[in-house]
Ligand binder design. Structure first.
Ligand SMILES: Nc1ncnc2c1ncn2[C@@H]1O[C@H](COP(=O)(O)OP(=O)(O)OP(=O)(O)O)[C@@H](O)[C@H]1O
Length: 287
């Protein structure tokens, strides 16, 4: 299984476009300047529909980067290009020194991109712990046959993976639900378990697809707290697609706004929030 070294995960960019580094913004200034993900000029068409039209952006190591836009703007299409489900007709996507376009979803997951799903990617009949263990499947080296032949090694590997899963359970305060089948988890907890499943993959880049969709205010605030905690504890970058503007503005370091597959603004949350094009397209002139 191919894994990136810490060095290979990130390449120094010296040709960042001027709008990629906004001036005088403390939250951005404190970020690692090293680019982890570079998306250049990506165009994706479905017949006559252009879902993404020359989209470019980059995500730095440890950054929480948000993508916003009205329905049909192209947010999900970006995620599907990043994880190999869609293949753009034009453009490049680079993670560290690895080009992603043309790779299969499993190969991209093995390079360190994990994703949470809006409608939950959990196996309902499996316990929370087993769902998290499955998240680590691609990290496990012992297959059934080698497990039979080298029982001691398989056991040691299982112990190591269970310990890693328990750390995630602790981080996300999921202890009371360890043995609960995923299908019986309360909604807010299931969304957190979904985050845990993705974290169990030990990603370098986590794609968060509407992590607070359908949540009440209390659950949303809880999730925000866990995302902050994950960020503090784990060395990973996140791309957040979310309709909850308060969450985006509170958590994101930088925001990219799309409309009809075109980038209409990018910068700090404040800059994007104030951008007239965003107000018109996304907030319908209400702000
Ligand atoms: N598989 C597909 N086949 C045809 N058209 C598609 C497909 N996937 C997306 N599109 C089109 O591409 C455009 C962008 O869709 P996308 O789902 O990426 O938007 P979105 O910003 O995620 O929207 P939402 O907020 O509603 O989830 C839309 O016009 C959509 O109809």
């Amino acid at each position: 299984m191919e894994h990136l070294s810490a060095e290979a995960r990130a390449v120094e960019r010296t040709d960042a476009p001027p709008d990629a580094v906004p001036d005088g913004q403390s939250s951005v200034d404190s970020l690692d300047e090293t680019v982890l993900l570079d998306v250049r000029d990506v165009t994706l068409r479905f017949g006559g529909v252009t879902a993404l039209d020359g989209v470019s952006f980059d995500v730095r190591r440890g950054e929480l980067f948000a993508v916003i836009g009205p329905n049909g703007a192209g947010k999900t299409s970006i995620f599907n290009c990043l994880n190999g489900v869609y293949r753009p007709q034009q453009g490049t996507i680079t993670l560290g020194d690895k080009r992603l376009v043309g790779r299969a979803p499993a190969a991209i997951a093995a390079l360190g991109i994990a994703r949470t799903f809006q409608n939950l990617g959990l196996f309902e009949h499996l316990t929370l712990i087993d769902n998290l263990m499955l998240g680590r499947h691609h990290l496990m080296r012992t297959g059934f046959l080698t497990g039979m032949l080298w029982w001691g090694r398989a056991k040691r590997e299982e112990v190591r993976h269970r310990a890693a899963v328990e750390e995630i359970v602790e981080l996300l305060e999921l202890e009371p639900y360890r043995r609960t089948p995923a299908g019986l988890l309360p909604y807010g907890v299931a969304k957190r378990a979904e985050l845990g499943r993705a974290l169990a993959m030990e990603p370098t880049l986590l794609l968060l697809d509407e992590p607070v969709a359908g949540m009440n205010l209390e659950e949303t605030e809880d999730m925000a707290r866990y995302l902050i905690e994950v960020r503090r504890e784990l060395d990973l970058a996140m791309i957040l697609v979310e309709h909850d503007m308060r969450l985006v503005m509170d958590l994101a370091d930088r925001v990219l706004a799309l409309d009809f597959g075109v980038v209409i603004a990018s910068g700090t949350p404040d800059e994007v929030q104030r951008d007239p094009k965003v107000i018109e397209a996304y907030l319908g002139g209400a702000a």
